[in-house]
Design a protein around this ligand. Structure first.
Ligand SMILES: [Zn+2]
Length: 315
């Protein structure tokens, strides 16, 4: 298999009615048009910003170099994880995603299980995760008709540093006030169940088919492991938090792996270097892809840095 060097991806800004016209201090990005609600970090349209693949989209890179990027045996597959930052200024609609089995019934490759890591949260920030204990399907339907589904949801306060698991089938919503790093299965299957009376289209029948009254969604406590913390370790993804000090080589972080790894910088900045490619900087809120077939690489923080290592599982 050909070697393929680490590279940084350029973010892709998505307009959303619930977003912001200005993403400072997170991104130097302002718009006069529709607000920006999502910044995609591993979207198929994100392009490599460094190295020989510069300007090539992630979907092209994955289709041309699938095995080198994702690992042996994964040629021809889609990039498995979609990582985004969410900037909700208004509350998002109440929605639900199908699991793999239901997605496949509709002819799609996979459903959507996701997790949210709070990069920041203002006091009062909250998310809704699931239907209140004991409520029934009929009560959910009645509360949609009565336009008060939000009262039947389990709302949870969000603090900076929280990791929240949202498995497929969990009815969920995000309120304003938090900035969330979202890691999800690559899928665009979202069924909107309720929109607080806003006029957007709902997908009620599919929502009820996808909805489960009992799920595993909730906050996940971090687990210390050697010199880092495992924030979540679930079927589709694992997210770790590494606090790097100046001069620390973090060799445990840069061990070769047979699968793709994403390095997201939550605080500070790092330089990624190695044999056969020009060193490049990954600033706060940027993401680097470390292909499965990468040669040896290393990471040098510029000052203290907090990074997240995100890897797919069950590839
Ligand atoms: Zn979702």
């Amino acid at each position: 298999m050909q070697a393929i060097s680490p590279f940084r991806l350029a973010p892709y800004f998505r307009t959303r009615i619930w977003g912001f016209p200005d993403l400072a201090p997170w991104f130097d990005f302002k718009t006069e048009g529709e607000p920006i609600g999502e910044v995609w970090l591993t979207g198929e349209m994100c392009v490599a910003a460094t190295g020989p693949l510069q300007g090539t989209s992630l979907s092209e890179i994955t289709s041309q170099h699938g095995a080198a990027i994702l690992g042996a045996g994964h040629a021809g597959e889609e990039f498995p994880l979609l990582i985004k930052i969410l900037f909700p200024k208004e509350k998002l609609s109440v929605q639900v995603h199908p699991d793999d089995a239901l997605a496949q019934k509709f002819g799609e490759p996979r459903g959507k299980t996701e997790c949210w890591y709070a990069l920041d949260a203002r006091p009062g920030a909250k998310v809704a995760l699931g239907i209140k204990q004991g409520a029934t399907d009929d009560q959910v339907r009645a509360s949609i008709d009565a336009a008060n589904l939000e009262d039947l949801l389990d709302w949870l306060p969000v603090e900076k540093g929280d990791m929240i698991y949202v498995d497929a089938g969990t009815v969920h919503a995000i309120g304003p006030g938090a900035v969330l790093l979202e890691t999800q299965q690559t899928s665009d299957l979202t069924y909107r169940m309720y929109d607080y009376g806003r006029p957007r289209e709902l997908h009620l029948e599919k929502s009820f088919e996808a909805m489960r009254l009992q799920t595993s969604a909730g906050k996940v406590a971090p687990r210390n492991e050697n010199d880092h913390q495992v924030l979540i370790d679930e079927k589709y993804f694992r997210v770790e938090r590494w606090n790097l000090a100046v001069g620390v080589k973090a060799e445990a972080l840069t061990q070769p792996q047979p699968y793709v790894q994403m390095i997201f910088v939550a605080e500070g900045a790092v330089t990624v270097s190695g044999d056969g490619f020009d060193p490049f900087v990954v600033e706060r809120c940027q993401l680097a892809v470390i292909p499965a077939a990468s040669g040896p690489w290393s990471i040098q923080p510029k000052g203290a840095a907090e990074i997240m290592r995100i890897v797919p599982q069950s590839l």
